[in-house]
Write a protein that binds this ligand. Structure first.
Ligand code: PPS
Length: 292
């Protein structure tokens, strides 16, 4: 038996972290009541979830934008399936904001009424893989992996949390017309955060002043999030999740870090699989940015 099974639990074909998941809640998720003004961030892990959680929190909460309130981003935008703070979702004030890694077929049926909004954030899968590799070695709730070679094997088999990256994005994209959904790319956010914030807020039909947008962009940069205890998850990782080393959730936040890790062979192998899996897929990816 694969030894990742101690860390993962498979529910209806999808791998969840075994200690943070409530299987009873999952069993009822189909019928979880969706309100018209609910907003969901959906991602494959390590694709920009926390970043978008921060942006949503800044868009919706003046007290966050103006720094008059001190609330963890995770409390403003909790995970639907990993409700580690035991938030009572039914009693939450509107609009309810959620994050989720769920595949399209496990999300509550009410989302298909196409009223509630979904923001699907995606990132080039080589950087996802590198980020995921470091994260797996950081948090005690995921299986540590000695080498990148071993992790790549697991990643390409889908033998990780949230299964196969290829399936996640392809399936969500294929079913996009069943939902009220916006696709946003991590690398576009990185290239032009302001335009991405404006795009997100206009999808959410939230009017923001120029100063509001400035405040959001300022507080959603990697550096400012990394130094903000409410945004960086450091204490959540250390006190609620558990860590194996002194790595951080906000690790590097760059595009193209895979180039510092992949061997030529690994890169060629990845490209072969990518070409095969993603042929005819219309969304484009950015593999590198010329950053200073
Ligand atoms: S998780 O565990 O699935 O919720 O992880 P997720 O939040 O999706 O992804 C974590 C990666 O996103 C990077 N990140 C950012 N990059 C740029 N700018 C900002 N503001 C930002 N915030 C988070 C984070 O650093 C992780 O990527 P890596 O490559 O590991 O640094």
């Amino acid at each position: 038996m694969d030894n990742s099974s101690a860390y993962l639990v498979n529910f209806k074909g999808f791998n969840f972290e075994s200690t943070l998941i409530d299987l009873e809640f999952l069993g009822k998720l189909d019928d979880f009541e969706i309100r018209d003004d609910d907003v969901f961030i959906v991602t494959y892990p390590k694709s920009g979830t926390i970043w978008t959680q921060q942006i949503l929190s800044l868009i919706y909460f003046e007290g966050h934008r103006k720094r008059t309130e001190n609330v963890d981003t995770l409390d403003r935008v909790p995970f639907l399936e990993y409700n580690i703070r035991h938030i009572n979702f039914e009693k939450r004030l509107a609009p309810r904001l959620f994050a989720s890694h769920l595949p399209y077929y496990l999300v509550p049926k009410g989302l298909k009424k196409k009223k509630a909004k979904i923001i699907y954030v995606y990132r080039n899968p080589k950087d996802v893989l590198i980020s995921f590799f470091h994260f797996s070695n950081l948090v005690v709730r995921l299986e540590a992996v000695d080498t990148l070679e071993q992790f790549m094997e697991k990643f390409l088999e889908g033998n990780v949390l949230a299964n196969l990256w290829f399936d996640h994005i392809r399936d969500w994209y294929k079913h996009k017309d069943d939902f009220n959904i916006l696709f946003i790319m991590y690398e576009e956010m990185k290239k032009d955060l302001r335009s991405s914030v404006v795009k997100i807020s206009s999808f959410l039909e939230k009017e923001l002043s120029e100063e509001d947008v400035d405040a959001i962009v300022r507080q959603a940069t990697f550096e400012n999030m990394k130094s903000s205890p409410q945004a960086n998850y450091d204490s959540i990782l250390q006190n609620e999740i558990g860590v194996r080393n002194d790595g951080a959730f906000l690790r590097k936040g760059t595009v193209g870090d895979w180039k510092h890790h992949f061997t030529v062979d690994q890169n060629e192998r990845f490209d072969r699989v990518f070409r095969e899996e993603m042929k005819d897929f219309p969304l484009k990816f950015i593999w590198d940015l010329n950053e200073k």
